[in-house]
Design a protein around this ligand. Sequence first.
Ligand code: SAM
Ligand code: SF4
Length: 330
Amino acid sequence: MQLQDKFQRSIKYLRLSVTDRCNLRCFYCMPDKGIRFLPKEQLLSYEEMLRLSDLLTSMGVDKIRITGGEPFVRKDLIDFLEKLSLNSQLNKLSITTNGILTKPFLPHLKALGINQINLSLDSLNEANFNKISRREEFSNVMNTFHQMLADGFRVKINAVIMEGINDHEIGDLAELAVKYPVSVRFIEEMPFNGSTNNHTTIKWDHLKILKELKIKYPDIHKTPTPGNSTSENFTFQGAIGDIGIIAAFSRTFCGSCDRIRITSTGEMRTCLYGHNVLNFKQLLREGHSDASIISKIIDAVQKRSKDGFEAEKLRDKTNPIGESMSLIGG
Ligand code: SAM
Ligand code: SF4
């Protein structure tokens, strides 16, 4: 069976948020103070996540990315990943991390066949990194980065570009692709920051980011981009890695979106900009059968919006965009 929406987009990719907690406070993602992290019972248990993963992979999902909050903040993550990796219908298991606690677990990840890691790194300047993340963890993150390379992981660097904050570092961040075989992905800032301060326009959209890159690397040019990719990919002379630009705010890639999300509170989203469409936690805890959950998933996916703009319009007006990305799962 292949899960498909009414626009014939196959759903192949699950982003699974395993926690709302984090050891950073990146200001574009969550407020510094006043965050109320959820009690454990309000998160899905690992057993519940495994059951949902089994159901979704039986419906054609073949790629799962673990995200959060910071995944490594949750206890026993490796045991969970070990169980998840036994799912024979899964072609790819990957993880997005801020790198703070990740280094000691790299050998475990390797052993589980997790070869690709997305590392969030918005600045190469320690003071600026601290300002953005509101914590002092730069050296830990960089140590993890270098260890990941030494261990042969495929590394993607995620950098959210923000006006007056790290826009002056676009060139330096891109240079990582000259020094190392990494993908440096520049991400448009989205309004999911856990506050009511939600921007409706951005200065650093994908076009402006590319224009800036062209100043330093005039020969930068597109490379073939897989159909379901959210990033437009580029290379330039001298690069041993590559560059990706993710139009997460401009939403240029919705037409081929193959992903769904399970939030840390156990709800399904068929679009990042939309509302929750299915409460898995409730279904599981009420004792619904696999068949019942499967039919609800099919139904919810059928109702999926055409794109992120339509999904945003259909949101409940009492629940405007602005929740923290750490809840939704990035
Ligand atoms: N804590 C992990 C990390 O930072 O890599 C995983 C969770 S984090 C929510 C996943 C990704 O979402 C990160 O790469 C982060 O940069 C991105 N992100 C968070 N808030 C964002 C926002 N408002 N706009 C764009 N990207 C955002
Ligand atoms: Fe934490 Fe990741 Fe959000 Fe930063 S982006 S606060 S590391 S969840």
